[in-house]
Structure formats: structure tokens, C-alpha cells
Write a protein that binds this ligand. Structure first.
Ligand code: CP
Length: 314
């Protein structure tokens, strides 16, 4: 298999075959997480920098764990503990780190475009771990992995992405990724949380009526309301948002019997969905998504750092 990508910054540069290769390798690597010694020597000697300039629980911890599982050497830093607080620019920081002969940089930043900038100032591979409102490609891959594990394929699958589309980098990667894999995507949001041109994202349908859409869907993907990015009040109250766009226990009966519930986390319980739906024993795959974060990131590291040249993944 030819995997010809230096970076993972823009999911639209990846084909269905590339994505399927990452998912299948993630499936193989998931077995490593079941062993007593959860480690393979595959990427021994590679140095990875995790640069998190914005808060993260899931992405940061799962990248660190994925790197450890694959035996990479890692440097973890970012935000207020770096010389950025003394005025050092992102470019100077990157050129400094590049002097260490690093192999791969994982970057999260509040500025859209930061990963592209970093890629211009390092010879290392770059993985976007979420940049501003732009993209979050490894989140899209772990979402696809979780859906694939439950549904078996993507062709013709009806997926609704609900909520704060306007501020969502998850949406920026997930909509194109689902379309590349053959799914049908419906965006559901109040008009005030939709971009001016929702068609640019590539979704098939746009609606502001959750109850109309709900019975047709195979997957309900609930987006976090990004309180930290809301510049004005886009809805009167969180209570009203929850009534109109929240996945509530009352709406359970409207869903297909085998429809799934996804959320990228962190959850605002009582806003995007209530606790009954978040913890739903058969529908919710939210914690499976968290677990998929390790396997898919192990796979991304494997393929970007040489794939078959490093021998078998596990
Ligand atoms: N989904 C996600 O990116 O979560 P974190 O912000 O906790 O990494």
C-alpha cells in the first residue's frame, strides 16, 4: 500500500483508501492495548514533540499514550510553561525544537493555520491536534473508527452533526471525512450557529429542526457548545438550546432502534444531551471514541513515520 503523506493537517488531502488503511491498522494495534505489557518497539528511536498551546484532556493524553505504546521518545510542553510567555514566537520556538532533530510534531493551537506555519519551519512531520475553528483531523479519524466498529461500513450511512457548527473544528474535519467515506451528512443547528455558507463544508442537508431529522439518522453526533468561542449570545438560554437541540430522554423514542450517539467531548451535560442519553447503554459510544483515540493515533504515528518501512505495526 502506498501511503504518501508527510503531514496530517488537512483531512481533505486523504483518500478513502488512506483513511481505511489508518482505520485497519488502528484495529490491528488495538490488540496491543489488551496486553499486559502494552508496548511495541515499532517506532523506537523516533522523537515526537507534543506542543499543546490550548487546553486538552483527551487529545493530549491519548497522543502521549499512543507514542509510549509505540516506543517513541517524547517531549511534552506548551502554553504558559514555555518561553512563549517571554515573547518567543511560534516560528522561533519551532526552529529551536527542530535543532534537536525531531521526527514529528503534534500541535494544538487556538490559531487556525498554526500547523501549516509549523510545517514551514521544521523538517519533521506535523499532525494537527486541533487548530482554532479550522480542523481536528485525528478526532475525525477516531470518530470514523468508532462508527466503523459499530456499523461495519460508511456507504449511505445517515449521520447528523448537531449544534455549534459555526465554531467547530471537529465539524471542519468530520464532514469531509464522512463524505470521503460515502456517508450522507446532515447539519442541524440554530441559524445563529451555522456559518454563512454551510454548503462550503460539503454536507448534504442543513436543518434547524432536530425532531424532523432524528427518525432518519443512523448516527447522532452531538457537538459541544463552545462557550469559550461564543462572541455574542447565539441562543436565549442553555435551557432553550437543550429543549430545541438537545438529545433528551424524551427523544430516545424518536430514534432508530440501532442509532448511535457520539460526542467529541468534553460534554456539557444538560446542554448538548442529558445524562440518560450520554450514558445510554446501547446507543452511546462516547467512551468508545475516547478509547479509539489511542488506537487511531498509534496508527497515524505508524504511517507518517514510515509505515511498512518500520516493519509490521504490532
Ligand atoms: N475532543 C477533544 O479534542 O477533546 P480535548 O479538548 O479534551 O482534547
Amino acid at each position: 500500500m502506498a501511503f504518501n503523506h508527510k503531514h496530517l493537517i488537512d483531512i481533505t488531502e486523504y483518500s478513502a483508501e488512506d483513511i481505511m488503511t489508518i482505520l485497519e491498522t488502528a484495529k490491528t494495534l488495538s490488540e496491543v492495548n489488551e496486553r499486559r505489557i502494552k508496548k511495541v518497539p515499532t517506532l523506537q528511536g523516533y522523537t515526537v514533540v507534543n506542543m499543546f498551546n490550548e487546553p486538552s484532556t483527551r487529545t493530549r493524553s491519548s497522543f502521549e499514550l499512543a507514542e509510549k505504546r509505540m516506543s517513541c521518545d517524547t517531549i511534552n510542553f506548551g502554553g504558559s510553561s514555555t518561553s512563549a510567555v517571554k515573547g518567543e514566537s511560534l516560528v522561533d520556538t519551532m526552529e529551536t525544537l527542530n535543532s534537536y532533530k525531531i521526527d514529528l510534531v503534534v500541535i494544538r493551537d487556538k490559531h487556525a493555520g498554526a500547523p501549516q506555519l509549523v510545517a514551514q519551519h521544521t523538517s519533521a512531520h506535523v499532525v494537527d491536534a486541533g487548530d482554532g475553528k479550522h480542523q481536528h483531523p485525528t478526532q475525525a479519524l477516531l470518530d470514523l473508527y468508532s462508527i466503523w466498529q459499530e456499523k461495519g461500513s460508511f456507504e449511505g450511512l445517515n449521520v447528523a452533526i448537531v449544534g455549534d457548527i459555526l465554531h467547530s473544528r471537529v465539524c471542519g474535519s468530520l464532514v469531509p471525512a464522512l463524505k470521503i467515506m460515502g456517508a450522507k451528512v446532515t447539519l442541524v443547528a440554530p441559524q445563529t450557529l451555522l456559518p454563512a455558507r454551510p454548503d462550503v463544508l460539503g454536507a448534504d442537508y442543513v436543518s434547524s429542526n432536530l425532531d424532523e431529522v432524528l427518525p432518519e439518522m443512523d448516527v447522532m453526533y452531538m457537538l459541544r457548545v463552545q462557550r469559550e468561542r461564543l462572541e455574542e449570545a447565539p441562543f436565549p438560554s442553555e435551557r432553550e438550546y437543550h429543549m430545541l437541540f438537545g438529545l433528551t430522554q424524551a427523544r430516545d423514542a424518536l430514534m432508530k432502534p440501532d442509532a448511535l450517539i457520539c460526542h467529541p467531548g468534553p460534554i456539557n451535560r444538560g446542554v448538548e444531551l442529558d445524562s440518560f442519553m450520554a450514558d445510554h447503554p446501547t446507543r452511546s459510544v462516547i467512551l468508545d471514541q475516547v478509547y479509539a483515540g489511542i488506537c487511531t493515533r498509534m496508527s497515524v504515528l505508524y504511517w507518517l513515520l514510515g509505515g511498512n518501512e518500520n516493519g509490521s505495526a504490532s
